[in-house]
Design a protein around this ligand. Structure first.
Ligand SMILES: [Zn+2]
Length: 130
């Protein structure tokens, strides 16, 4: 009969199995981010109200990765990372409807038609006036 010592942690290393189902740190899907890249939505996300529950009070947000950063340095560092560049690439080839591209055509830098050119958002301090 197994005594109290039978209570071993057989699933101790199984974090990879659980992670997939975790919702706390669930990242946005690419198609959600796609939505966020529309100029109106993007503007909102880049100019959020101070939210003390979010890292950096929600003032430093990478649109393409749907991530918050604690300060401008962290964010600008992130723009130079592999994760970010890979994401930009993924978003460039995301399927895209004609209506959307027409809608976006008049609205500046984010989305030219068909194959989009992704641009990293401007660092906050250098943001051009709307
Ligand atoms: Zn990013």
């Amino acid at each position: 009969m197994p005594g109290p010592y039978k209570r071993k942690k057989y699933h101790f290393g199984d974090t990879h199995l659980k992670k997939r189902w975790r919702t706390k740190r669930r990242k946005k899907d690419l198609d959600e981010i796609n939505e966020d890249l529309k100029p109106e939505k993007a503007a909102q996300l880049l100019d959020q109200e101070v939210d003390l529950d979010k890292p950096g009070d929600a003032q430093f947000y990478c649109l393409h990765c749907a991530r918050y950063f604690i300060d401008e340095t962290a964010m600008n560092d992130h723009f130079r990372t592999k994760v970010h560049k890979r994401r930009m690439k993924a978003l460039e080839t995301e399927p895209y409807t004609i209506e959307e591209s027409e809608k976006a055509a008049g609205h500046g830098s984010f989305v030219p038609a068909k194959k989009r050119k992704m641009e990293t958002q401007q660092p906050l301090s250098e943001e051009p006036p709307p």
